[in-house]
Design a protein around this ligand. Sequence first.
Ligand code: GTP
Ligand code: MG
Length: 173
Amino acid sequence: EGTIVNKKLVLLGDMGAGKSSLVQRFVKGNFEDYQESTIGAAFLTKTMPELGLKLEIWDTAGQERYHSLAPMYYRGAAAAVIVYDVTSPESFARAKSWVRELMRQGNQDLVMALAGNKADLAAGGDGSERKVSAEESQAYADENGLLFLETSAKTAQNVNELFTALAKKMPRA
Ligand code: GTP
Ligand code: MG
């Protein structure tokens, strides 16, 4: 009873998509309107006792000048969260290019999730801020065998669900 397995998880995605905010929400349970852009990468851990798992989380920097560092963080990772912003088609294109890179260079049995973040901006009013439809993303995720959820680090929508679904899909060996 009580054995905890360590697993490495990496977040990738365009700058400003909300990687750090999702990790902050998941690990610390809060949200900052003025989250600072990540330099290099940040490391956090989260123990999920009910799953017998300790996640070692690498929150990478989305700015293009850090791209060459990414393999250091996704190499050996059991899971990856690829984050885009539902109000930004550019960030969705960037997410797809991360998926391609991980399929070429990532771990064989890497478990991947696509997170369409800032869903709070799309949910309210007339929905005018949404630029990437959930249907399009779901179809892309299905084609590529990814988990897909729309999330909001701001409201906490689907944040625990995202990490829990990934954790459950990770190979335990
Ligand atoms: P880099 O570190 O530069 O790669 O960016 P990042 O992907 O870590 O994005 P970050 O978490 O720093 O968020 C960028 C901005 O978006 C910040 O001002 C956040 O407050 C905001 N933000 C993040 N997630 C959400 C969300 O779910 N909803 C809304 N409305 N804003 C969000
Ligand atoms: Mg960041």
